[in-house]
Design a binder for this molecule. Structure first.
Ligand SMILES: [Zn+2]
Length: 208
């Protein structure tokens, strides 16, 4: 489990905590680490829709969740995409950001949704994702992110997913995990082995 420094109410899971969708013990590991036991989640579709959670359960198809309810955990599940927490007074928010979502502006859309509600996002935390060291991409992706292309450790074109996300977080204080899901054996990676498992990122607005 990874706690972004300086955050209360934010935990990035690793392979060790398990996948809450298939492992009943996984949620307990987060609750034991201080997370609430009421969780809201979404059916992730690599889109840009943002939903506001007022209670637990599946909120439907979306890739970002915000809440103003203290003690309600928001969660996304990822393998190589970036889980991103957004923080500030009076809310919690989480974004599931892969290349398709970032190309559509999912992070910007979430910040806009917060600001429309009079909320002020001041910080962000990015969990582990596939690094530019490993994220080989083809023309379809390259054409969408001309400013964020780099090369893999084996010399082919890669996308710097974190940099693409960071570009939408202008003005916020940003913390980033530097761990690469594909090469870190303690993390789940779809690219590595086409796994159906996911690691879980959980954030909440603490009570009081
Ligand atoms: Zn890597």
């Amino acid at each position: 489990m990874i706690r972004p420094p300086g955050w209360s109410g934010a935990l990035f899971g690793t392979a060790a905590e398990g996948d809450v969708r298939v492992d009943p013990a996984a949620r307990a590991a987060f609750v034991a680490a201080g997370a609430p036991d009421a969780w809201a989640f979404v059916t992730q579709v690599h889109g840009v829709d943002v939903v506001e959670a007022t209670g637990p359960g599946n909120l439907g198809e979306a890739d970002a969740i915000l809440t103003r309810v203290p003690g309600l955990a928001l969660t996304v599940a990822t393998a190589d995409c970036i889980p991103i927490f957004l923080g500030g007074d009076g809310f919690a928010a989480v974004v599931h950001a892969g290349w398709r979502g970032l190309a559509g502006g999912v992070v910007s859309e979430t910040l806009a949704a917060l600001r429309r509600r009079g909320l002020d996002p001041v910080r962000a935390a990015m969990g582990p994702c596939i690094g530019s060291c490993c994220y080989e991409v083809g023309d379809e992706v390259r054409d969408r992110f001309p400013d964020f292309m780099t090369t893999t450790t084996w010399g082919s074109s890669s996308l710097d997913l974190r940099a693409a996300a960071r570009a939408q977080l202008a003005g916020l204080e940003v913390w980033e995990s530097e761990r690469c899901t594909m090469t870190d054996p303690d993390l789940v990676s779809y690219r590595r082995n086409r796994t159906s498992l996911r690691q879980v990122a959980v954030t909440w607005l603490p009570n009081g």
